[in-house]
Design a protein around this ligand. Structure first.
Ligand code: ADP
Length: 241
């Protein structure tokens, strides 16, 4: 699903955390929102997902005005840095949750829920752990559950906020590969927030560089890193040589 953002603005008090952003995200692409801390990445992601409302501007998902829709109506899946799993639910029930509370009619049968959940757990290679509880899993495994849960309701858009930020380097690398493979297989439009330039370079089809609530540059990793137009990328390249 394509996302078209026009002049999107979000203020907290008098301060514009997102300040008149224009951005088109193509159907099926993997887009990174990259920038220093406080540049407005999370706020923009939350507005795409319907967790924050815009003060100004328009946000279209597949041509429909999304600024008024609730998250469930937008059909977005979220993955947060700190997993946000339900502690008292098994891995299976965490992934099934979205299907059980779905407002879709007719309701999904229990047999279908089981099939779908187990297929997703196969995808993230956690099927043998379906009866475990989150506190019995490693950080990387928890984030794989969170990914399966986000995908369970067949979202039109997958949104990830610093999804690997809490994990160590080895697991982070592994999960990047998961995300890339899953994205390739499913083709779901995906937007992820990161301040990690290597991560954006490795994962994204295109990168949007944010600074102080505005977009400084948008392009493929090659475009952005061959002709950097932001201090953020220049500093990174300067530091790397
Ligand atoms: P990033 O994700 O790039 O680190 P954020 O979108 O989280 O940036 O924040 C952008 C700016 O908006 C920051 O200065 C932050 O302090 C401010 N901000 C974010 N959320 C709120 C809020 N709920 N209330 C007040 N200020 C906020």
């Amino acid at each position: 699903m394509s996302i078209n953002i026009n002049n999107l603005t979000k203020r907290f008090g008098g301060f514009a955390a997102v300040d008149g952003i224009d951005l088109d995200i193509h159907s099926g692409e993997l887009m990174a929102l990259l920038g220093p801390s406080g540049s407005g990445k999370t706020t923009l992601l939350r507005m795409i997902g319907g967790l924050d409302f815009a003060d100004e501007g328009t946000l279209l998902i597949e041509g429909e005005d999304a600024t008024i829709a609730e998250p469930h109506a937008r059909r977005v899946g979220f993955v947060f840095q700190h997993y946000a799993l339900f502690r008292h639910m098994s891995v299976f029930e965490n992934v099934a949750f979205g299907l059980r509370v779905s407002r879709r009619r007719p309701k999904i049968s229990e047999a279908e829920i089981r099939t779908r959940v187990m297929n997703l757990l196969e995808l993230v290679q956690l099927a043998p752990l379906s009866d475990r509880y989150p506190n019995q899993l490693s950080g990387g495994q928890r984030q794989r559950v969170a990914l399966a849960r986000a995908l369970a309701t067949e979202p039109r858009v997958l949104l990830l906020d610093e999804p690997f930020g809490a994990l160590d380097a080895k697991v982070r690398k592994e999960l990047r590969r998961w995300l890339r493979d899953i994205h390739k297989g499913m083709g779901v439009t995906t937007v992820f927030v990161t301040h990690d330039q290597e991560e954006a370079l490795e994962l994204a089809d295109r990168v949007a560089i944010l600074n102080k609530g505005r977009i400084e540059q948008v392009g493929t990793p090659a475009e952005v890193y061959d002709n950097p137009a932001s201090a953020f990328v220049c500093d990174f390249l300067g530091g790397g040589t």
